[in-house]
Design a binder for this molecule. Structure first.
Ligand code: G3P
Ligand code: CA
Length: 245
């Protein structure tokens, strides 16, 4: 049976979404460091593959929105992506932020840091699960790692490849029924649920199956109140400082 993650903030985990992405450019070292400074327990990041097969941290399929260059992640090599500035579009204070590889982030973080790695667009990257597992297996003793995806089959595969890694599925715009939740207990530790679609029966069914529930992405007081009332185990947010306050 999957082992339950031990939260650091009493009984609620605080997850900095794409790092503290309200305060610093999303998915960059600046945002992850800010997340740690703001006492997040976990740093959420999104991973994809470069043209030459490196696991890099980037949310969108294209780099246009968050960098000073353009193109699909899958069509650019790591060398090309390393020439791009991932901080400038956010603020001139962050000029020089690089697109990170997953391994660079794992090396940069202090021991004990929590990292929630979302495997993005698996249809574009057929062997991404193996690539991610090959990297994180060497860092499991150093960090608390959760691998998550919207695609349940991706997580099933990750759990099979690396049974002792913690895993999560992300859910948006649909209600899971109790049978689906009971099945998830075979390979999932966390259900990361869009707060707008989360309900008491889902939280209860997850807890009855020893699955934690986190709520994303908490931006408004009413969402925070709802998540707390439902008794979630974690909050995913762009502003960890506001949640703590
Ligand atoms: O943690 C859940 C959340 O990251 C999923 O949405 O689009 O921010 O990756 P997105
Ligand atoms: Ca994400």
């Amino acid at each position: 049976k999957p082992v339950k993650t031990v939260p650091l903030h009493e009984d609620t985990i605080l997850v900095a979404h794409r790092g503290a992405s309200y305060h610093a450019p999303e998915n960059t070292l600046g945002a992850f460091q800010r997340g740690i400074e703001l006492n997040a327990d976990y740093l959420e990041c999104d991973v994809q593959l470069t043209k030459d097969g490196h696991v890099v941290i980037m949310h969108d399929k294209r780099i246009d929105r968050t960098t000073n260059f353009y193109g699909m992640v899958k069509d650019l090599t790591l060398e090309e992506l390393k020439k791009v500035d991932a901080g400038l579009m956010f603020s001139t204070d962050y000029i020089g932020e690089e697109i990170l590889t997953l391994e660079e982030l794992l090396i940069a973080l202090n021991p004990g840091a929590g990292i929630m790695i979302e495997i993005k667009y698996p249809d574009l990257y057929p062997d991404i699960e193996e690539k991610v597992v090959n990297i994180i297996k060497d860092y499991q003793d150093k960090h608390k790692i959760i691998v998550q995806s919207f695609d349940f089959d991706v997580i099933k595969k990750v759990k099979k490849l690396l049974p002792d890694v913690e895993t999560g599925v992300i859910v948006s715009k649909r209600k899971l029924n109790t049978t689906e939740i009971a099945d998830l207990a075979n390979y999932v530790n966390v259900i990361n649920y869009n707060v707008n679609y989360l309900s008491k029966d889902i939280v209860e069914a997850a807890h009855n199956n020893d699955i934690m529930v986190t709520a994303w992405s908490i931006k408004k007081q009413k969402h925070f109140n709802k998540a707390m009332e439902l008794g979630v185990d974690g909050i995913v947010t762009n502003f960890p400082d506001w949640i703590i306050k």
